[in-house]
Write a protein of this length. Structure first.
Lengths: 173, 281
């Protein structure tokens, strides 16, 4: 348990470091803003209680808001992810996964499942984030482009990261 | 009563979710409508220190460019020195100047954190309350306008960049004094749009755009950029003008915060006039 908490804290520091000090300084285009820090929420073990998942999401968002001189927008987006994540997992995982309390990564669940999972989480996060940042529907299509391109790049980074850290078994299905 | 407790117990995750989301929406709403700064203040004390460490580290890599730009600016200032003017005056007299009073002073600051690729961009500077920085002060760099101070903590301040959907700066075309307001579209950090320039005004590519001096934030004639493209749609009363910004937001390192000594007097006069108008109605 203590080990698990330490591991998550280490991950948090590392992800914030990469996000705030490296990725936020890469100005690819106004349409591409990858936010890989959601990975922290995605990679929590599957049996994390729903309320805990919510509160972690809330705290993570607050922290991210502090580091990007914004108020509330990251908090809203990550709380939403914290709420949706357990529901997505309940729909798409089987009993064995919950019994084993696995970490939902590419090694445990294979490429296709992880890709769908990551895409859903990142898309919802970006959708909430970018629309709240603009705070109006006036530039709907520009904002939508922002959401789609950023989702794509974030997804690419996260999936590549998975290949970097895990060995992927050939999928069973 | 019992039913309520059962209900809460059953749906407590969902209720917690709603509570947290409403709280963050409340923050966003407050922040987008009222004094934005009050909330931001708590954040730049925390993150300011982190950004300060990183900026210290990064500044080594840019020493050469910084030296170059300082040298350029020194040259410019030197040319404005009193001694570099030829003195045409024959009589030698001295007045204790009561006509010219200093209105603006400048506080030099270093950029700790900056972004150009979001829809709403902000900067963090290493100057704060103890250096005399207040909200709503203008920020410029050697080349042109940068933004407006929003939040101030003791040692740091956050600046609403010109590259922000909430930024609107009063600007004019230098040659003919036609004024409009400058806003950012959000797709290119090197260009802005100048709105509300009447169609009878002549606009040409390459004309200089400067601050109008109508607000109490920026002095007059601070460079903003130059006209990049312009067009006049049929049936439209205003020009569509794209402005190439003089400020390179991508590599800002040193900026100046403008302190206007008469700001409060001007602002209070304007609000007084406003309230008097509404009272008369």
């Amino acid at each position: 348990m203590i080990n698990e908490v330490l591991k998550q804290l280490l991950r948090l520091v590392l992800l914030l470091f990469i996000q705030v000090l490296i990725i936020n300084n890469i100005n690819l285009s106004p349409y591409v803003n990858p936010y890989i820090y959601v990975l922290l929420l995605m990679m929590m073990r599957v049996n994390v209680p729903k309320a805990q998942s919510l509160l972690i999401g809330f705290a993570l968002g607050m922290l991210m808001d502090v580091f990007s001189s914004t108020v509330g927008i990251h908090t809203f987006a990550t709380t939403l992810v914290g709420y949706i994540r357990p529901r997505f997992l309940a729909l798409s995982l089987n009993k064995e996964d919950f019994d084993g309390n696995i970490e939902p990564n590419i090694a445990n669940k294979g490429f296709v499942w992880f890709f769908t999972y990551a895409f859903s989480i990142i898309f919802i996060h970006s959708l909430a984030l970018f629309f709240l940042e603009v705070y109006s529907m006036k530039e709907f299509f520009a904002t939508m482009q922002r959401v789609l391109y950023s989702t794509g790049v974030t997804l690419l980074m996260i999936v590549l990261g998975q290949f970097l850290f895990f060995t992927v078994k050939p999928s069973h299905d | 009563m019992r039913n309520i407790i059962v209900f809460i117990y059953k749906y407590y995750v969902f209720l917690l979710f709603l509570l947290l989301e409403f709280f963050s929406l409340y923050l966003i709403y407050r922040y987008n409508t009222y004094q934005r700064a009050s909330f931001i203040n708590f954040s730049n004390g925390v993150s300011g220190n982190v950004f300060n460490t990183v900026a210290n580290f990064k500044s080594y890599f840019r020493l050469r460019q910084i030296n170059d730009s300082l040298q350029l600016e020194n040259a410019r200032l030197r040319s404005e020195l009193f001694t570099s003017y030829y003195n045409n005056e024959i009589r030698d007299f001295k007045v204790n100047d009561s006509i010219y009073k200093q209105q603006y002073t400048y506080i030099a600051a270093k950029v700790l954190n900056n972004s150009v690729n979001r829809r709403n961009n902000y900067l963090t500077l290493n100057r704060g309350r103890i250096h005399g920085v207040k909200q709503q002060m203008g920020v410029i760099c050697d080349n042109g306008v940068v933004g407006i101070v929003m939040g101030v903590s003791d040692r740091f301040c956050t600046v609403l960049s010109l590259l922000n959907s909430n930024a609107k700066i009063s600007a004019k075309i230098a040659d003919n004094n036609a004024f409009g307001s400058l806003v950012w579209d959000g797709d290119d950090p090197t260009t802005c749009r100048l709105l509300d320039v009447n169609k009878h005004v002549e606009v040409e590519n390459g004309k200089r755009i400067v601050t109008s001096g109508f607000s109490t934030i920026f002095p007059e004639n601070i460079p903003i950029g130059e006209v990049y493209t312009h067009s006049l749609e049929a049936g439209d009363n205003f020009h569509t003008i794209k402005v190439k910004l003089a400020t390179g937001f991508g590599n800002l390192t040193s900026v100046y915060i403008i302190n206007n000594f008469y700001k409060e007097e001007m602002d209070s006069l304007e609000t007084e006039a406003q309230t008097r108008l509404t009272d008369d109605k």
